[in-house]
Design a protein around this ligand. Structure first.
Ligand code: PGA
Length: 251
């Protein structure tokens, strides 16, 4: 049985103090929550204040990106050991905003995943097609390519420690959500791919989250689908009440 995961991707929102306040509010609201894993991913500058705010709560800390090298002359970058010692358990890798706005390649995604795993961080690996690709019936081809390249040279044991987020790019921040059926179909396709790349047992262990305009109004319908094991939430994770409702809809 996979335990649902609800992860909040705060993107480039919240100063250190604002991050502390939001995380403290979430701790108050979610302290009793059970049967679902809650992760929040503030910007790097919020990691330390959020870590303090969520101490002794079930909420886990994640980051939004990292470099694959452990250290070195890489101005502006952050490494896995840095995230680990900052208290992170998870790191989002290959978000479509990183791929599209910052030209992150599938090779870079693969290197980042390997580095995260080496330091015991669970990567939340984002995959998803753009609107023109869906309209040209290329969703499966795009997702398959991204998945094969992201997971290149990973062992079954490593693959089992990952989380996948299927995020159709046309649904991110647009208010357009994939229907529960569309999302479930894509998740099923991803699970079959994992099964053929690794093993059925391994594929059954990996949480596949849906992301793209998840809100309290649509989360329950999405989360009740058989292959949807949680959600990666952007906009609605910046509001404590909305995020709490989404988390509770997963229980
Ligand atoms: P959204 O973002 O919920 O604002 O659409 C999701 C994401 O980018 O992970």
């Amino acid at each position: 049985m996979r335990i649902s995961i609800i992860a909040g991707n705060w993107k480039m929102y919240k100063t250190e103090e604002e991050a502390f306040l939001l995380a403290s509010d979430l701790k108050r609201r979610l302290n009793d929550v059970a049967g679902v894993k809650v992760i929040i991913c503030p910007p790097f500058t919020g990691l330390s204040s959020v870590k303090k705010a969520i101490e002794n709560s079930p909420i886990l800390l994640g980051a939004q990106n990292m470099h694959w090298e452990e250290k070195g002359a890489y101005t502006g970058e952050i490494s896995s050991p840095m995230l680990l010692t900052a208290g992170c358990k998870y790191v989002i890798i290959g978000h479509s905003e990183r791929r599209n706005l910052f030209f992150e390649t599938d090779d870079a995604v693969n290197l980042k995943i390997k580095s995260a795993l080496k330091f015991n961080l669970s990567p939340i690996i984002c995959l998803g097609e753009k609107l023109d690709q869906r309209e040209a019936n290329k969703t499966e081809e795009v997702v398959e390519n991204q998945l094969r390249r992201a997971f290149k040279d990973l062992s079954v044991q490593e693959a089992e420690k990952t989380v996948i987020a299927y995020e159709p790019v046309w649904a991110i921040g647009t208010g357009k959500t994939a229907t529960p059926q569309q999302a479930n179909e894509a998740h099923l396709f991803i699970r079959e791919l994992l099964s053929s790349e690794f093993s059925r047992e391994c594929a059954e262990k990996i949480n596949i989250l849906y992301g793209g305009s998840v809100k309290p109004e649509n989360s329950r319908e999405l989360l009740k689908m058989s292959e949807i094991d949680g959600a990666l939430v952007g906009g609605a994770s910046l509001d404590a009440e909305s995020f709490e409702k989404i988390v509770r809809s997963a229980t």
